[in-house]
Design a protein around this ligand. Sequence first.
Ligand code: PGA
Length: 259
Amino acid sequence: MNKKYRKPIIAGNWKMNMLASQTKDFADELKPLLPKTRGCESVVCAPYPLIPSLVKAVKGMRVAVGAQDVSVHDKGAYTGEVSAAMLKDLGVKYCIVGHSERRAYHGETDELVNAKTKALLAPEVEITPIICVGETLDQREKGITMEWIAMQVKCALNGLTDAEVRRCVIAYEPVWAIGTGKTATAEQAQEVCEFIRATVRKLYDAKTARALPVLYGGSMNAKNCAELLACPDIDGGLIGGASLKPADFSVIINAACGE
Ligand code: PGA
């Protein structure tokens, strides 16, 4: 579908890597490698304790800071939790929701993903949720990929208005491609990203579907990014391993910006 309605987004997901003391070196190394144009959005989603130093390190650069999770609660007796308002207060602009590692290791359900999305979209917060969906290898082999993805998308967006959906990003991350070096082919990734957009079109309308950035994630790297990003329904990437190295990350950002 026509890409002119959407700005590409390249979001790094540092997962549980790096230290606060390494954020300045990362930013200094990345800075001269970034594109000169405003052709795309670049984001780094860091672990909570690294966020303040990363915000400081990327000041003046066209790089937004994101988080990797958020509480469904506003405030109160929720030991260990971090609220959307706390993230906003630190300067966070994006937040990953429902990453497959959180679904697999922390029991994150579709209902929780929906509640977290709503917490981020609250008018007093307005952080962009990057909602992750994706099938396992077993589900792909059983031929139920599309049913599974449709279910995850519908649950994540449940109860949202069209205006709220237009403030979301969806990332298609096949679980079998994450951290495995086994990337989905451009055809496989395009097929599911197009299907996600069609699902949103059915649930909402053509305008909302057209505005929604759909990213691909799963072993995207400096070598394979150009082919994936050229697909008509892939509007960017969620990058794990390759976002830890400024040289590799910048190749992906430049490819998304068309440079
Ligand atoms: P990967 O991770 O690029 O290391 O496969 C992607 C992700 O989990 O978001």
